[in-house]
Design a protein around this ligand. Structure first.
Ligand SMILES: *Cc1c(COP(=O)(O)O)cnc(C)c1O
Length: 391
C-alpha cells in the first residue's frame, strides 16, 4: 500500500497525546472569544494590542476595498503593486530606518524566501536552535551547509563563526522567541557577525508592535540600527493585528529579491486593502502609545501576581509568558481545566517545543482587564495544588 505512513503517523500522534485538532471560533478575535457556544477570556492570541478589531484599522480596510477592490489581481511584477503597497513600503522604511521594504503574504513565506534566494552550495547558514519552524525548514531544504547553535549561546555562535570558511555566511535569530518570550542578545550577536563578516537576519515577528519606541520592535528596543542587522523580517499578523509580512533591507537586496526570489515573483500580492489596514495599524501604534503601555502594565501585573501566588514563570518580560509543565499530557489536562474555568490558554507540545517542555503558553494583551489576569492566576494556582502528575 502506498502512503501507509499517513495512517500510521496519525495513529502515533493520537497515542502520544500529541494529536492536534482545530477548534472553530464563532466570535471575532478579541479579549473574549466564543468556541462551541461557550465564552472564554482569550489568553492565546498574538493580537497583543487588540489591533485586529481596532475601529480605525477596520475602517482603513473597508475604504481600501472600496477604492481598490478586494484582490490585487496578480503578482507584484504584474498588477499586484498598487499605490497602497507602495505607500506601505514607504511607511515601513521611514518607521524602521531602512532603504528597502518588500511585502509578503506571510512571515512563513518571507523567511523561506530569503533563505532560498540568498544561500547556495558553498554558503553557511547558522541559526539559533529555537528559531521558528519556517526558518528551520528552509535551512534543511536549502543547499547551503546548515548548523544551529544552542539557544542564545554566544560562545557556541562565536565558535561556529570562527571555524567557518564559507563564501557567504548568514546568521539568523529572533528578536523575541515565539514559544519562550525571551529575547536574543542582538548587540553581541551583531558584533560577532561583523567580526566574521557574516550577515545577520532578525525575525521580529513577536517584537514589532510590542517593544521599542512606538512599537518599532526589538532592534529599536536594544539600540541597534540597520548597520547592525542586514535583514529584518517583521510580520503583520501578530501585534499589528492584520496579516502578511515584510523584509526590511538595503535597496540592493530588495532589487535582488524582486528579480530572483520565486515566492515573491510568482505569488499573488496581498490585497491593497490589506496594505491600507497595515499602514493604519502602524499609524495607530504611533498615535495611541497607551496600547503599548497597557500591554506593559498587564505583563507586569501578571508577573507580580504569579510571583505572589507561587506560580513559576520563566524570565520572559514580553507578552509571551510560558508556564512550563513538562509532559504533553499534563499540559493538555491543565489547558482543559482552565477552559472549564473560562480561560482559553493553549497547551504547546512537542514537536513545537522540545520533549518534556510542554507548556501553557499564556499571551497577554493590552485589552485584558485586571480581573482577567487576577482570575487566570487564581485558576492556575488552584491547578498547581491538584497534583496533575499522578493522574
Ligand atoms: C508567526 C511567526 C512567523 C510566521 O509568520 P506568519 O505571518 O504567521 O506566517 C515567523 N516567525 C516567527 C518567529 C513567528 O512567530
Amino acid at each position: 500500500m502506498a502512503f501507509e505512513f499517513v495512517k500510521e503517523q496519525v495513529e502515533q500522534r493520537k497515542q502520544q497525546q500529541l494529536f492536534r485538532q482545530r477548534r472553530c471560533q464563532s466570535s471575532a478575535q478579541g479579549r473574549l472569544i466564543e468556541i462551541d457556544k461557550q465564552g472564554f477570556v482569550n489568553f492565546s492570541s498574538n493580537d497583543y494590542l487588540g489591533l485586529s478589531h481596532h475601529a480605525k484599522v477596520i475602517e482603513a480596510w473597508k475604504n481600501g476595498a472600496e477604492r481598490y477592490g478586494v484582490g490585487s489581481g496578480g503578482s507584484p511584477l504584474v498588477t499586484g503593486f498598487q499605490q497602497a503597497h507602495y505607500e506601505l513600503e514607504e511607511t515601513l522604511c521611514d518607521w524602521q530606518g531602512r532603504e528597502g521594504a518588500l511585502l509578503f503574504n506571510s512571515g512563513f513565506s518571507a523567511n523561506q524566501s530569503v533563505i532560498k534566494a540568498l544561500l547556495s552550495k558553498n554558503d553557511l547558514l547558522i541559526q539559533d536552535k529555537l528559531n521558528h519552524a519556517s526558518l528551520m525548514e528552509a535551512g534543511v531544504l536549502c543547499n547551503a551547509h546548515f548548523t544551529r547553535f544552542k539557544h542564545n549561546s554566544m560562545p557556541q555562535l562565536a565558535k561556529k563563526l570562527a571555524s567557518q570558511n564559507s563564501d557567504n555566511c548568514l546568521v539568523i535569530t529572533e528578536g523575541v522567541f515565539s514559544m519562550d518570550g525571551d529575547q536574543a542578545p542582538l548587540r553581541s550577536i551583531s558584533d560577532l557577525c561583523k567580526r566574521h563578516k557574516a550577515w545577520l537576519m532578525v525575525d521580529d515577528a513577536h517584537g514589532v508592535g510590542c517593544l521599542g519606541y512606538h512599537g518599532a520592535g526589538s532592534l529599536n528596543h536594544q539600540g541597534l540600527s540597520s548597520d547592525d542587522v542586514q535583514i529584518q523580517m517583521i510580520t503583520f499578523g501578530k501585534a499589528l493585528g492584520v496579516s502578511g509580512a515584510a523584509i526590511l533591507c538595503s535597496q540592493e537586496l530588495k532589487d535582488y529579491l524582486i528579480n530572483f526570489d520565486k515566492s515573491y515573483v510568482y505569488s499573488t500580492a496581498m490585497p491593497a486593502a490589506q496594505a491600507c489596514a497595515i499602514s493604519e495599524a502602524i499609524k495607530v501604534l504611533q498615535t495611541e502609545p497607551e496600547l503599548q503601555q497597557n500591554l506593559e502594565s498587564n505583563i507586569a501585573l501578571f508577573k507580580h501576581l504569579a510571583k505572589e501566588s507561587g506560580v513559576a514563570l520563566t524570565d520572559s518580560n514580553t507578552a509571551i509568558q510560558p508556564i512550563i509543565v513538562g509532559e504533553a499530557e499534563k499540559a493538555l489536562l491543565m489547558a482543559q481545566s482552565l477552559q472549564n474555568m473560562g480561560f482559553w490558554v493553549s497547551a504547546i507540545r512537542p514537536p513545537t517545543v522540545p520533549v518534556n517542555t510542554a507548556r501553557l503558553r499564556v499571551t497577554i494583551s493590552s485589552h485584558h482587564q485586571e480581573q482577567d489576569i487576577v482570575g487566570l492566576i487564581k485558576a492556575i494556582s488552584e491547578l498547581n495544588k491538584d497534583n496533575y502528575d499522578h493522574r
